[in-house]
Design a protein around this ligand. Structure first.
Ligand SMILES: [Zn+2]
Length: 216
């Protein structure tokens, strides 16, 4: 049977890191909608071209395209999938319910202001695009990329006000989704303030105790 997990939480809660760790450990597929779009666009697929047209016009990518990408990724994945950042509203949750059985949902909880601090400490290399964090993963030399020597900059949308706006939109959209999964008894809240290894251990123990995954 295919396993479907969902990782939810505000930007900066570390859900991408947790999804990567689970992917490495269990060989399940980490599905991140932003990454899917980027790879489709850089590979020049039909879906990528359609998405790019919307992005270039400054529009949001319509749900139909998002759904098509997710369907494709679900169909290609064997064994299990870890959805990272999807679903983020009730409509997307319904789409998912029509296709898969969601086994467990992990909500990585982080205080809003902690998330703001984490994200606004992010720096990107202007040249190779590598991501640093001044608190968790600082470069060896201030404002200089360790890898290529490029200048480190903060993306315009990582400034505190922009981040606060995204976070409040996130709460507004996802609260109903959280309630849906909570009512179903498949949602577990985890303090995202713990170190990544600790959060991972909590998830793995939950997968075992809830019977989703038997330890071998
Ligand atoms: Zn660089």
């Amino acid at each position: 049977m295919k396993i479907t997990l969902i990782l939810m939480g505000v930007q900066g809660c570390g859900k991408g890191t947790q999804a990567d760790l689970l992917e490495q450990r269990f060989s399940w597929k980490h599905i991140n909608i932003g990454d899917l779009f980027r790879s489709n666009i850089s590979n020049g697929t039909e879906l990528g071209k359609q998405a790019k047209a919307h992005i270039d016009r400054g529009d949001l990518v319509p749900d139909e395209l998002v759904f098509e990408l997710i369907s494709q990724a679900l169909a290609e994945a064997e064994g299990g999938v870890i959805l990272d950042g999807f679903p983020r509203n009730l409509e997307q949750a319904k789409f998912l319910d029509d296709r898969v059985l969601v086994n467990r949902v992990y909500l990585l909880e982080l205080a809003d202001e902690t998330a703001v601090a984490r994200i606004s400490a992010r720096r990107n290399c202007r040249d190779c695009k590598r991501v640093y964090n001044l608190v968790y993963n600082p470069p060896r030399r201030e404002k200089v990329c360790d890898v290529c020597g490029g200048e480190l900059i903060r993306r315009a949308d990582d400034n505190p006000d922009a981040v606060r706006q995204r976070i409040s939109k996130f709460h507004e959209e996802t609260e109903p989704v959280i309630r849906l999964y909570e009512k179903r008894g498949i949602l577990k809240r985890i303090d995202a303030g713990f170190r990544a290894e600790v959060v991972q251990q909590i998830i793995i123990e939950d997968l075992q105790s809830s019977g989703v995954y038997e330890s071998r």
